[in-house]
Design a protein. Structure first.
Length: 153
């Protein structure tokens, strides 16, 4: 199994779409899933040995690469992670005009499946929780075999 691809959120387009700072040159392909997270600060210790197990990552959301360029990728939400007060939230809200325009221009669905809990201060044209922010880390997840062979899930 190849090593995960790691990067960061470079731009927040709206509550459904973000840009990450890794692309085709880093091995990203269309449909590749990523987790958005921040490193936890509290060290977790093994209850039996007392040894450090590390810090628990705080999962903020999940996205898939929708449009891949050489050094960046547009990613759209596909499921909600465990986020402050929004676990399992269904995407029933309307999409911002800028997001709809980007999706239309890129030939994407008008809406992704679930809303990302982004930092609204960093979204163009929106009003303000533990939110996705520019600079948050992303890491690729294991891909279904159908995608690894160039197919679409």
């Amino acid at each position: 199994m190849p090593a995960p691809i790691e990067g960061k959120i470079a731009s927040i387009l709206d509550e459904y779409n973000v840009v990450i700072n890794v692309g085709r040159l880093h091995g990203v392909i269309e449909g590749m899933p990523f987790v958005i997270y921040s490193p936890g600060e509290e060290e977790i210790r093994d209850p039996d040995t007392g040894k450090s197990l590390g810090c628990l990552e705080i999962v903020k959301g999940y996205v898939r690469a929708a449009h891949v360029q050489e050094t960046l990728a547009l990613c759209s939400s596909y499921r909600t992670g465990v986020t402050a007060g929004r676990e399992g939230e269904a995407g029933t809200e309307t999409q911002t005009l800028s997001g709809a325009m980007v999706a239309e221009a890129m030939g994407l669905k008008a809406r992704a499946e679930s809303r990302l809990n982004v930092n609204p201060v960093q979204v163009s044209g929106m009003a303000h929780g533990v939110a996705i922010s520019i600079g948050d880390r992303v890491r690729s997840l294991d891909m279904p075999e159908s995608l690894q062979k160039g197919g679409r899930a």
